[in-house]
Design a protein around this ligand. Sequence first.
Ligand SMILES: [Zn+2]
Ligand SMILES: [Zn+2]
Length: 305
Amino acid sequence: MTTTLLQPGEIEAAAGNIPELLLPPADAFLARALRLARLAEGHTLGDYLRFVAHLARAQQDRLTTGDTAMAMPTAERLAQCREYRMPPLAPAGLGLPEGWRDTARHLARAVRPALPTAGQAALEPVLEKQDAWLDAQAASLLDGKIQDLDVAAAPVIGAALQVHWVRLARQLDPRQVARPEHPNLCPVCGAHPVSSMVRVGGAESGLRYLHCALCSSEWHVVRAKCSNCDNTRGIAHYHLEGSNRLVQAEACPECRTYLKIIQQEKDLLADPVADDLATLTLDLLMDEAGFVRSGINWYLVQGQL
Ligand SMILES: [Zn+2]
Ligand SMILES: [Zn+2]
């Protein structure tokens, strides 16, 4: 592994001329599924990546055709959130969406045939437990209480919540959303990022966006700046020896955290969620180097593999 220091103050487009917020596209889960299937080929975690690819496809089906309606906040509430720079779709303000349990059970049924027997058994609680158990699991996931989770069922629980929040986020207009108070939290729903990506093409070309773990919105944060503590000094990029640097870990010497940064120019099909899952070796090396991960990936709750 080698380290490359970046100079602070990299030239970014002048503020005001750039899209600060990118809301999720209609095919968010399909792009993820296709990328996962491709990354699974010859990968040591191929079976897991293929399972998540099936799950993402089922999410796309549910997003496109399922009944995932959920009441949007009122116009007054949206204006209030914007004024006080609060995320309008924060789970604490919305509660669990109606129909989310149906989505979770639908997803579990959809991915079960693709799993070996042990994997199928692990999903049984989603189909057989009471509504209260599902609600408690969802609340723990949204609150980050990993110790209370059934880690085998968590990817399906999280995937169901993602479908509903993506559907909601797609009903927003970026102008209804204020810049976040803290760059490490999604301005739309307040969740943590999975990873970040330097985009190519369009007005966002060359800009770094953080990708939300829950609603798949993306928000702009300048490069060479720690998204966890705002520090700009000594930010270092780590990558695996011999890699093409498509995925790097941007590490902060102040708060000792890192977030992955993906260079889309090196692969136009790269995906902030799929490429994060496919580079767990980088996480292991960052852990050995004494850095804590600030990104969250709900397809892989800690300790699952
Ligand atoms: Zn979000
Ligand atoms: Zn930091």
